[in-house]
Design a protein around this ligand. Structure first.
Ligand code: AMP
Length: 282
């Protein structure tokens, strides 16, 4: 496994792979790995000749009062895990390498979809994501890029960017990996106190509750959201940011259920903002 901090050196190495007609699979991350990240790398290994992982806590996707500084980091452990999974290249640049003095270019998906859900509570977040992913795609030139459905809105926005800009790659969405008790894995779970960790279960439990109500025949979005709110609010440290049922592609709120939708929620558990979602397709 080779580790690069320098963009030019990584590009040269990957160019040599391209010349040998090796397909490139890319997994962009912010590090502090858990099984969710590793599942993307393993999936990439089954689909492509060469797997590239980036580890970069991207400042432009954090708001001024968010956790950029505090975001958990452990590069040595991450590199060990990459090695164990069989990753070929790791790109771990510092902020100056990605955003040198005078940096001024951003890519935005100018669609309402970026202002909804997480976009509403994190203004500018998706501009940061689409810009950094664009840069990373230009550096790595992957054939396939692997993203977790955990960040369902991110996948939808990036798929739109790739379509709109005719980018030469395919995005592969991968399933959400959960702890044994249902909590979606997240690097931010380390922020949780033992009580908050227990309360955080209301995210997955409220999704399961909605699913079982739907299976029993409930079609009213209002009733489903009401039941989910009640479940979430039963946990002392949980405060709802949003709970929504939206169309899978446009992310528009639904009044009545269609046959392909996303139930998505963001909940503050203590100071930690957690997200989860479930795709329902019938
Ligand atoms: P992050 O490091 O949080 O930016 O995440 C890097 C990638 O891992 C993104 O594509 C995430 O959607 C994905 N990811 C994070 N958590 C999970 C999870 N629990 N299951 C599957 N993928 C995940």
């Amino acid at each position: 496994m080779r580790v690069y901090q320098n963009i030019k050196e990584l590009k040269e190495a990957l160019y040599r792979e391209k010349l040998q007609k090796h397909s490139i699979g890319f997994v962009p991350t912010m590090g502090f790995f858990h099984e969710g990240h590793l599942s993307l790398m393993k999936e990439a290994k089954t689909k492509t000749d060469v797997v590239v992982v980036s580890i970069f806590v991207n400042p432009t996707q954090f708001g001024p009062n968010e956790d950029f500084e505090a975001y958990p980091r452990d590069l040595d452990r991450d590199l060990e895990l990459c090695e164990q999974v069989g990753v070929d290249y790791v790109f771990a640049p510092d902020v100056k390498e990605m955003y040198p003095d005078g940096y001024a270019t951003y890519v935005t998906v100018e669609s309402e979809m970026t202002n909804k859900l997480c976009g509403a509570s994190r203004p500018g977040h998706f501009k940061g994501v689409t810009s950094v992913v664009n840069k990373l795609f230009n550096i790595v030139m992957p054939d396939f890029a692997f993203f977790g459905q955990k960040d369902a809105q991110q996948v939808a926005v990036l798929e739109k960017m790739v379509r709109d800009l005719n980018m030469n790659l395919t995005i592969i969405p991968c399933p959400i990996v959960r702890e044994a008790d249902g909590l979606a894995m997240s690097s931010r779970n380390v922020y949780l106190s033992p009580e908050e960790r227990r309360d955080a279960l209301v995210l997955s439990q409220s999704l399961e509750l909605a699913k079982s109500l739907i299976d029993e025949g409930e079609r009213s979005v209002e009733q489903l959201l009401k039941a989910m709110h009640k479940k979430v609010e039963s946990a002392q440290s949980a405060v709802v940011d949003y709970i929504e049922i939206v169309d899978l592609e446009s992310l528009e709120k639904l009044d009545v259920l269609n046959d392909r939708f996303l139930i998505a929620l963001a909940i503050k558990v203590g100071k930690t903002r957690l997200i989860d979602n479930m795709r329902v397709e019938s």
